[in-house]
Design a protein around this ligand. Sequence first.
Ligand code: FAD
Length: 428
Amino acid sequence: DTSIVLFTRDLRVRDNPALAEACRAGRVVPLFVLDDAILGRPAAPNRVRFLLEALACLRGSLRELGGDLVVRRGDPAAHVARLAERTGARAVAVADDRSAFAMRRLAALRELGPAVSVHPGVTVVPPGELTPASGDHYRVFTPYSRAWERAPRRPVAAVPEAIRLPPGVDPGPLPPLADLTGGPTSPDLPEGGERAGRRRMAAWLRRDAAVYDDVRDDLAADRTSRLSPYLRFGCVSPLELANATGEGFRRQLAWRDFHHQVAAAFPGLPRRDYRPRGRRWNRDRDALDAWRAGTTGVPIVDAGMRQLRREGFMHNRARMITASFLTRNLWIDWREGLAHFDAWLLDGDVADDAGNWQWVAGTGNDTRPNRTLSPLRQASRFDPAGEYVRAYVPELASVEGRAVHRPWRLPEERRRSLDYPPPIIDLD
Ligand code: FAD
């Protein structure tokens, strides 16, 4: 029997249940469709670049196994239909992704005729698998995470021994980046793909996993895993990571699963306040522009925003500080922040991004105490020596120690020599 494995956000050969099962059953057409509906949004250049690298890596791995990656552009269901007709494939295997977009894609696939099977692997625990005693959905993290820790885990899927392609299928070229997006990419991006992801995972497990709980909030130490882009595109398996790490790190993976199950249960979440507060947001374009550019004059905020543009990544603590600053100091709508993060983040993902923004804005599903993070107190706790700021805000590189967090307190003449703006709001 021949089946089509439609890759989406599971760009790996290790622990890929959809691929493993299809290979056991017979011939396989591994397919990726560069979806016009996603690329036309317009697509975030950083993520498109990472995606192309991940596809090149996947193609290499599939070739080593005797197969190939068939690449097409356009509408996934239309290409699946065409390939099914040409190869006689009677089954389609796809990873279980519950975003509103993925659910529409799945519905279109199910219209086609071949049997569609859905396989785990995007999250550790599939969305919807855990339900509270009330039978509805978990809305709050703590009870969810307790159930998550107790949930049985599936076995890790084996790498296929060999892949047998049906004859006569043209793999098609991988297009160059410029064909897919015109915008600029960040200068300091990590390499995409399963190989790079596994290298990072192995290095982080060896060096940093044991001290994760102590250093995860230290901005300058920068010792979190930075695996989020690889998880975003499925270059590494969240289950393998959960099996290899301690409770503190698993808790973060549980947060990720939590956001995915909330987004699956409440598909309007990325656009609407989950808990509307009747709040009137401030429409201050200048303040929003300064926040985006990292020129608010508040160093810890600007450092985070500039890290985002330089690396397509921002440390989690800085994400919380910059998001809180936007929504609770400037009172600008979290959706403006979400759109900017989504344009630059390599790990940008509807469920995680919207879930976290709503959590910080206090409009989210989890009703944590409604509190504002003081940027200055956060700066002195999580970047006490000012190293994170100096690394990302070169205008302040000559300001020593913690004074870097309050350049407005420097002597007038020194301040003017720095070419750094005064703060757009008074925090003192
Ligand atoms: P580590 O500390 O090494 O954590 C390991 C993994 O756990 C991460 O790779 C990630 O997959 C997961 N994780 C950790 N924290 C969270 C969290 N709060 N929510 C969901 N997953 C988490 N993460 C995204 O993956 N995509 C996003 O679009 C995204 N947007 C965010 C927006 C805001 C406003 C905030 C406050 C956080 C956002 N996060 C997002 C969560 C978090 O900041 C990143 O996952 C984390 O910084 C990635 O770095 P890391 O891989 O080194 O994390």
